[in-house]
Design a protein around this ligand. Structure first.
Ligand SMILES: [Zn+2]
Length: 259
């Protein structure tokens, strides 16, 4: 049985840490019923700003979670959203152990070599790999009954993330356009899995939160974005699936480079 242990920084309130560990333990127990998990999962609660709300270190099965981003101190903690976030991270661990993640990495590296990409494409490929990993993690979570928690988690994540991406398209620099584009593709898994698993209404609600922001993208880019979305809705653990997704992203990316 997986044991969830906490590693909280000194400025984290005991109550806040307790809520996080309880949510993690609950998520781990449910996931463990059908997936192998590490015997010991450490949840490190930090008050230093992170790149994201949470990330994982696989070398010691540690989830690092940002206490501030969860708004626990302000009393805005949403138990359901927290469970969605932690279940997502724990499912990443389960898919590391069952080989799903390695399979995705293998398909991406084959594609990387076949296209003759150099170093400059590596970080973008890693980001796209994360997008596909998130789709498979969220698929599994919805199939395991975490759909409501995941939905609540993404409602909160997207609200906070879009705050940083508020400029009209014409005012964006070329560099901003590309980084906003990749950030947008990074948000696709938040709704793709709902569509992929027959939860269309939830998918549409999340998608509507994202798309209002990008409605001012030029028509030709919107069309290419729809192509990326379609390839992700259909993506499977096959070379063809990954190939189609990367092709769609690169097509859009090269058009963006001309702005
Ligand atoms: Zn993830």
């Amino acid at each position: 049985m997986a044991v969830v242990e906490s590693e909280a920084g000194p400025s984290v309130e005991k109550d806040g840490a307790y809520i996080i560990i309880r949510a993690a333990t609950h998520a781990a127990q449910r996931i463990e019923a059908s997936h192998p998990l590490p015997t010991r999962i450490i949840v490190k609660i930090t008050t230093r700003p992170q790149r994201s709300d949470a990330h994982i270190s696989y070398s010691n099965w540690k989830i690092v979670i940002d206490y501030n981003s969860m708004n626990i101190q302000k009393g805005l903690i949403d138990q359901k959203a927290l469970e969605g976030l932690l279940a997502h991270e724990i499912m990443h661990m389960a898919q590391k152990l069952d080989g799903t993640e390695d399979k995705i990495i293998q398909l991406f590296s084959r594609e990387f070599k076949a296209r003759g990409f150099g170093k400059e494409m590596l970080s973008m490929m890693v980001e796209l790999g994360m997008v596909v990993k998130d789709v498979f993690v969220n698929d599994a979570l919805i199939q395991e009954g975490f759909g409501d928690a995941l939905f609540r988690h993404y409602q909160i994540v997207i609200q906070s993330r879009l705050k940083h991406m508020g400029l009209p398209f014409e005012e964006l620099s070329g560099k901003q356009i590309k980084s906003d584009f990749l950030a947008l593709v990074g948000l696709f898994p938040s709704y793709a899995s709902f569509y992929r698993n027959g939860k269309r209404q939830k998918g549409e609600l999340i998608k509507s939160m994202i798309s209002w922001h990008f409605s001012d993208f030029p028509e030709e880019i919107s069309t290419l974005l729809k192509g990326i979305e379609a390839s992700l809705l259909a993506v499977s653990l096959t070379q063809e699936g990954i190939h189609a997704f990367i092709s769609e992203v690169l097509g859009c990316y090269s058009l963006l480079s001309s702005y």
